[in-house]
Design a protein around this ligand. Structure first.
Ligand code: FAD
Length: 407
């Protein structure tokens, strides 16, 4: 029997795991490479050569991608859901609508197991569990066997909302290989994913800095200091006392390297979903630049820059219908693709690969995260100091200062 080759080049695998989910022999395991990125690996002793894995590979086969039908600015009307979301809380409003209809919602969560960060996909059936999926986790979430479980619910006739990066949504469609009327999908505007091992090593370094304390929670986008990129680390001391530490993304290594596109998976730099043509029924993201595109909305209908504002692309009639059904929970105002994409380059082309990526990943695989941190501190010293000072200035004062600078 001829060996099945899943991919010849890393650029041809997004690590969604559709191949592992479809394999009837369970012969495919998802393993970390030397830098921590996830790739499928076939156990040749178990493989029977059926090649279902090759057929289920969305990344190497064609996936239907649609032109957005309508585009909106949007914000969740529920204050607490909005504040627990990264952007305008669109995801939780739609998820709530699905759950109220006895549906199931799939998405990414970030668990901490024995002090280690574990980003992975899960499903929730109750609104009280929705908090687990809220908030952006800027790291690849492991799909595990969630495609298999989603199919089981779909075959039982339950309504399913599946959310994730565009490649994860494409992976689900490819795995299912059948149209389901009871499935709704949401893909994110995505500029690329670092891997879970790299992120956890960053968390472990932060833990070591605080002797005797343990990291028990983490938010990539805490809104205490407004809508933007502010991390929050939750630590407990030996007496169980919880403390929240707030750091601007630009003052820490992981988030800066993420934002600058230095540590994504290989294929993210050639992502075929970073375009106007979308995979999901809905695409959601931050409405960056809304102050230029829709100044008339700000301060009205719940649109507040400090609380977060989303954009929605409705890419199918099903997507548009669920938006309309959620209108009690969501404030939506029509916008255009051109306005939304003005400051969201990932809707036009993939992130650019930086020369320093290889250097950073080489340092990491040979010497570990501490060396990456050392490199970062040397290169970004001025930025770290500037942002650490900025972090200490109260928001009201910062806004006043900005106005003075702008004249
Ligand atoms: C890796 C990544 C890159 C992104 N890049 C951009 C960008 O360049 N421009 C932009 O406008 N928006 C980007 N986003 C989307 C943005 O950060 C928000 O997630 C999105 O606007 C939804 O916000 P919300 O307030 O509606 O819901 P929230 O409650 O903040 O988000 C929850 C949703 O995000 C999903 N999710 C969170 N983390 C992950 C993950 N690691 N993998 C898969 N799904 C995840 C959950 O499943 C759920 O559907 C990115 C998100 C991720 C995870």
């Amino acid at each position: 029997m001829e060996d099945v080759i899943l991919f010849k080049n890393k650029v041809n695998c997004c690590g969604c795991g559709a191949c592992a989910n479809i394999c009837p022999q369970r012969a495919i395991k998802i393993k970390e490479d030397e830098c921590g990125f996830l790739y499928p690996d076939i156990d040749k002793k178990k493989c029977v050569g059926c090649k279902l894995c090759k057929k289920a590979c969305a990344y190497q086969n064609k996936t239907p991608q649609n032109e957005p039908i309508k585009v909106f600015a949007a914000v969740n009307k529920n204050e607490s859901q909005l504040m627990n979301s990264a952007s305008g809380g669109v995801f939780s409003a739609i998820a709530k609508q699905i759950l109220a209809d006895d549906g199931i919602v799939f998405g990414a969560t970030l668990d901490f197991e024995k002090g280690h960060a574990v980003p992975h996909h899960v499903f929730v059936e109750k609104e009280s569990e929705l908090y687990r999926l809220q908030g952006s986790k800027y790291v690849q979430s492991a799909i595990g066997d969630m495609y298999i479980i989603a199919k089981q619910f779909l075959d039982e006739g339950r309504k399913v909302l599946f959310s994730g990066t565009p490649c994860q949504v494409a992976g689900l469609y490819s795995f299912l290989n059948k149209e389901y009327q009871n499935l709704v999908t949401i893909d994110l505007i995505c500029h690329g994913v670092p891997n879970a091992k790299f992120f956890d090593d960053y968390i472990q370094m932060e833990t070591r800095k605080r002797k005797g304390k343990k990291v028990v929670g983490y938010s990539f986008r805490d809104k205490k200091k407004g809508w933007g990129m502010n991390e929050r680390i939750d630590i407990i001391d030996i007496n169980g006392k919880l403390k929240n530490i707030y750091v601007r993304a630009r003052a820490n290594s992981y988030n800066t390297l993420f934002l600058d596109g230095e540590i994504y998976r290989e294929n993210c730099y050639e992502c075929k979903y970073a375009t106007r043509l979308r995979v999901g029924d809905l695409t959601i993201g931050d409405y960056w630049g809304i102050e230029h595109e829709h100044p008339e909305l700000l301060g009205k209908y719940g649109y507040e820059e400090k609380k977060g504002i989303s954009c929605i692309l409705a890419n199918s009639n099903k997507g548009l219908a669920i938006c309309k059904e959620s209108s009690d929970l969501l404030q939506m105002n029509e916008s255009t693709f051109s306005k939304v994409s003005n400051r969201n380059g990932q809707l036009k082309k993939p992130s650019e690969k930086k020369e320093s990526r290889e250097k950073i990943l080489q340092l990491y695989s040979e010497y570990g995260y501490e060396k990456v941190e050392g490199w970062f501190r040397k290169k970004y010293m001025k930025q770290i100091i500037a942002h650490s000072i900025y972090n200490k200035i109260p928001r009201k004062v910062r806004i006043k200062l900005k106005k003075i600078v702008k004249g």
